[in-house]
Design a protein around this ligand. Sequence first.
Ligand SMILES: *Cc1c(COP(=O)(O)O)cnc(C)c1O
Length: 448
Amino acid sequence: MAKADLPQRREIRTAIPGPKSTELMARRRVAVPNGVGGTMPVFAERASGGVVLDVDGNSLIDLGSGIAVLTVGSSADAVVAAVTDQVERFTHTCFQVTPYESYVSLAERLNHLVPGDVERRTFFVNSGAEALENAVKIARHATGRQTVVVFDHAFHGRTLLTMSMTAKAMPYKSGFGPFAPELFRAPYSYPYRCPVGAPPAECGPACAEAAIRAMDRQVGAHRIAALVAEPVLGEGGVVVPGEGFLLMLAEYCKDNGIVFVADEVQAGFARTGKWFASEHWGLVPDIVTTAKGLGGGLPIGGVTARADLVDKVHAGGLGTTFGGNPLSTAAALAAIEEIEEKNLLQRATDIGQTFERRLRPLADDVAAVGDVRVIGGMAAVEFVEDRSSKTPDPDAASRVLAKCHEEGVIILRAGTYDNVVRILPPLVISDDLLNEGLEVLEKAIRAL
Ligand SMILES: *Cc1c(COP(=O)(O)O)cnc(C)c1O
């Protein structure tokens, strides 16, 4: 079956998981550590657009994008063509050994796309975590300082440093210490659960002030190398910070010679309806990290830094064997083309309106729905035991997820309290499929 023939519809032929997936799950349990988590016990056979076809012939609606990776869809035509052409020419040279043009072209594209009229340079690594590791290296080198400020609810990866930067103990940190030193955690603006008790409209400035007070008193601005923030929390539960939060922090960084790193690994690259989520607030970060959606489905991470900061690093101080592999850089350039040609920034915004239309009423109608959050092609429903106490209800999220999975809709959990259902469809998903997937979700939520 050619890729173009993969019908864009939901079709359930067996129980989910079906017999072939069940057999593969049994092999997986023996061959692969249990520590590698799993959202659905279903094995993929093919995928394109808004569907994943499983090994039992079930066609599932994809509302997860392989965790915000498949912005342009799986096996997008332009990506397949670019990678096929590249794989026949050469698979690897190592950019630091004998470089190739696509790496430079992609760096040029990112240097222009990242917000702000600033001279920038970009290099490539293998993952989001590795991009964050390098952002911290650059900031420490440029400032001669050590402390890195991170936030509540943050997720930055699973390496020693990025796991340490991540907020949530289970499952990311528990049992894996000791952690990297010289990290300081500050409150993040979470309007639904403002950590300093401000009403939603004032949560942004109130949390920025609290974070700044904490940095001043407990660290001292002169010791801080970098402040690393997701402009929208991803794993933390699609939390959109209150107005003013990021800009006040950026101002503090500027006044105190602190490098502002925007971790755009999840929210960046067209997901929220802008190339970078930072643009929603006019934020101009010093360093931007990218990964997930960047490679059109192939693994790649990017670090885009102000030239004056990164130029201080000596030759050989940055790099990695596979970073910016030619297949990934070719795929990323093709993904940028797809985003532009298919106008996926606008598409993300339109998907956001569909989310609003379909999910917002749930906040009024269903007592277990505490909050609905939407920013372009990224949405979340947060579940609570009751609305006045806002006690998180992870079981409600589990029930909704299980129902969706059973009905052939791939959808993800998120949130510090495990009580958030997160929706991240490929931006190329058809309106019909999106609506059908959301209908399954709505029914599951209304059945609570
Ligand atoms: C996924 C993620 C990372 C880590 O990326 P990996 O490619 O899994 O290492 C870092 N930051 C954010 C915001 C993420 O969502």
